[in-house]
Structures are given as C-alpha cells and as structure tokens.
Design a protein around this ligand. Structure first.
Ligand code: GDP
Length: 365
C-alpha cells in the first residue's frame, strides 16, 4: 500500500502528530488483517460523498478508504554522514511514496529547539541538505558504475549517464532531484535509485493552539509558505497539540471543539486530503444495499487494475465495468433514474477510471 513518511527535526511535534493520527485511527473493523507496525498509522480518508451515496443506497455499512503514515524519527543534522541513526532513517525514507515534513512554527520556552531557536527556514534547509547529500552520494556511486558500462558502448548506459550528470549538477548546488526536468522514460531509467529528493513533499507547519485559527498571520508559517512555493510543494497548517486533543473526542464534541477554535475541518483531515492528492490518488466507489465503499487507486488506473484493488479475481476475470459518474447519480437521485437516462455506461478493459466513479464490476471466475 501507498505510504507517506513523516519527517522533521527532533522536537518539532512529529510524535504528537503521529499519535493523533493513530488515535484517530481507522475503524479496526475495516482492518481485519492488521498486524500493523507500531510506526505505521492507518487513517480513514474523509470523503463527504460517502454520506451522500449512503442516502441513496441506504446500505448496512459505510466503509471509507484508508491511508497510511509512517513515523520516521531520528533525522538530524549529519544524518547523511551516518550521524544519529542516520543511514537507517534515510533508508526508511527511501521506502515511502511521499514525504510530510513537519516544521516547528510554535514558540515554547519549555521545549528545547535543537538549533536553539524557532527558525523554519534553517530547519527546512537542514533536513533538505541531509536528503540532498544522501542523494548526491547515491548518484555519484551509480555514475561511476554506469561510466564503466558506457565505455563498452551500452546505449542505455549512455542515456542514464546523461541523466545522472544533470542530477549531480542540481544536487551539488543543493537543489532537489525533483527540480530536474525529466521525461517519463528518463524517470523510469533512474527509478530504482529511489532518490529521496525525487519524492513529493508536503510541509506541515505546526502552530500553537492560540495561532491555529489565524495561522496565516504567523510569520513562521509565512516563511514555510514562501519556501514551499519556491519548491512547488504544498503546505498544511496544523496544530499537532490540538489534533492530539481532538483525536480523543467523540464526533459531536469534535465539531463543537473545532467551532470554538474557529476551524471548519480538523487539521488532520486537511493533512490526509492533501497527502492523498500529493500521491496522485483518486477514489472510486462500489455501492449497494450491503455497503457503500470507497477504494483508492492511482490516477490513470484502468478498470481491470482498479477492480484488482478489491480482489485479484476481479482483475483476472474482468469482463466489463458498469460505471456511473458521481455527479450524474446525484443529479438523478437513484440508480433506476440513472439507468433510464442512459447514464450507466458499459466500459471495457481500456477504460481509465475517474475520481468519483461508481462502479459495478462484471467478472468471470
Ligand atoms: P518530535 O521529536 O518531533 O516527535 O516532537 P514531539 O511530538 O515529541 O514534541 C516535542 C514537544 O513539543 C512535546 O513536549 C510536545 O508536547 C510539544 N509540542 C508539540 N506540538 C506542540 C504545539 O503545537 N505547541 C506546544 N506548545 N507544544 C507542542
């Protein structure tokens, strides 16, 4: 499954945020096979379309789709040289699909800042530099190997070498690998390097409880936003502390508490949604009397592979998909009306599933 790693300097609020995530956790009933790593948190992906679909289908149960976070503590200055638990943590980051970088934007004299003061620009630079240095080493090692293959006239090696030179130049200037423009084929060629700075980043600006309603006025948040904009990265402002408190509340209390704070949705919900988009994920639905359920796929997934998320038999025996767009169903108010109006399409194996599609798969076993 797709996974987002939470990184950041010590004492910025990673564990607090991660605990909020695991507290809020997905209903374990929907997770029958969970022997989940303690560092992995599974959350339900909030999606108001599920409720609207449930009004139409009146199912016995509603099952949201889920999403995973992994807590990657221990990234410190010097990690790329093996300091702290350096290399081990870098290798954990290698395995995730995207990165959430928690940045401290709250002031609190009682909580030590590793660099002595709250300074998001410097914190971000410290972390990014470690990632860049680790990648530079990976790229240089690979380049040495490819250079030898290149001498024997290997075409592929020549192509790869050219890409590595460009990556090396960017990294040596402190720029992330994702800032280097590569086409699809080029990306594929270096995919196995699993470069840390190739992964998309979402900054989580961790603000204090007092600041959460008007986080935009916080100069630290402004700094994070400016840096993120320069990198083409996203920002979510969140108060890890508040989220930890919210996670312990019942649904109704939660709404009241958010209102008191002047918030519409919890930071965690915003973080989950943003991370979901960051990974290029979309949702389709299956719906009937028994259950209305959301499923996660990557953008661009075709119908058989989308069916495979439910069960590998669905993919193997795929015959066709009966598809209704969410907006069409909402406009019709029922499947019967949608059918009358010809809004249930029959789609074959080349159909690219769209966000919000309501699908019934036909398959042979
Ligand atoms: P980590 O080292 O990044 O995992 O940081 P922790 O989550 O352990 O947080 C470090 C300390 O900062 C803990 O004592 C938290 O209670 C505190 N902390 C985290 N978020 C906030 C916040 O928004 N405001 C304040 N005042 N303290 C926070």
């Amino acid at each position: 499954p797709l996974m987002t790693g939470i990184v950041g300097l010590p004492n910025v609020g990673k564990s607090t945020l991660f605990n909020a995530i695991t507290q809020a956790g997905a209903e374990s009933a929907n997770y029958p096979f969970c022997t989940i790593d303690p560092n992995v948190g599974v959350v339900d992906v909030p999606d108001e379309r599920l409720q609207r679909l449930a009004e139409i289908f009146q199912p016995q149960r509603i099952v949201p789709t889920t999403f995973q976070f992994v807590d990657i503590a221990g990234l410190v200055k010097g990690a790329s040289r093996g300091e702290g638990l350096g290399n081990k943590f870098l290798s954990h980051i290698r395995e995730v699909d995207a990165i959430i970088h928690v940045v401290r934007c709250f002031e609190d004299e009682n909580i030590t800042h590793v660099a002595g003061k709250v300074d998001p620009a410097s914190d971000i630079e410290t972390i990014n530099l470690e990632l860049v240095l680790a990648d530079l080493e990976t790229v240089e090692k690979r380049k040495d190997r490819v250079e030898r293959q290149k001498k024997s006239g290997d075409k592929q090696a020549m192509l790869e070498h050219d890409i590595l030179v460009r990556l090396q130049a960017a990294l040596a200037e402190g720029r992330p690998a994702r800032s280097v423009e590569l086409d699809k084929e080029e990306k594929q060629l270096i995919k196995s390097l699993n470069l840390l700075t190739m992964k998309n980043v979402l900054y989580a600006a961790n603000v204090s409880e007092e600041d959460v309603a008007r986080a935009d006025e916080n100069p630290h948040v402004q700094t994070v936003k400016r840096i993120a904009a320069g990198e083409g990265a996203g920002v979510v402002t969140i108060s890890a502390q508040v989220e930890a408190e919210i996670a312990e509340l019942e649904e109704e209390e939660k709404k009241l508490f958010l209102q008191e704070l002047g918030l519409e949705t919890s930071g965690l919900d915003r973080l989950i949604s943003a991370a979901y988009r960051l990974l290029g994920l979309i949702t389709y639905f299956t719906a009937g009397e028994k259950e209305v359920r959301a499923w996660t796929i990557r953008e661009g997934t075709k119908a058989p592979q989308a069916a495979g998320v439910i069960h590998s038999d669905f993919e193997r025996g795929f015959i066709r998909a009966e598809v209704t767009a969410y907006q069409d169903l909402m406009a019709c108010g029922s499947m019967a009306v949608a059918r009358e109006q010809g809004l249930i399409r029959l789609e074959g194996k080349d159909y690219v599933v769209r966000d919000g599609d309501i699908i019934t798969f036909r398959f042979a076993v």
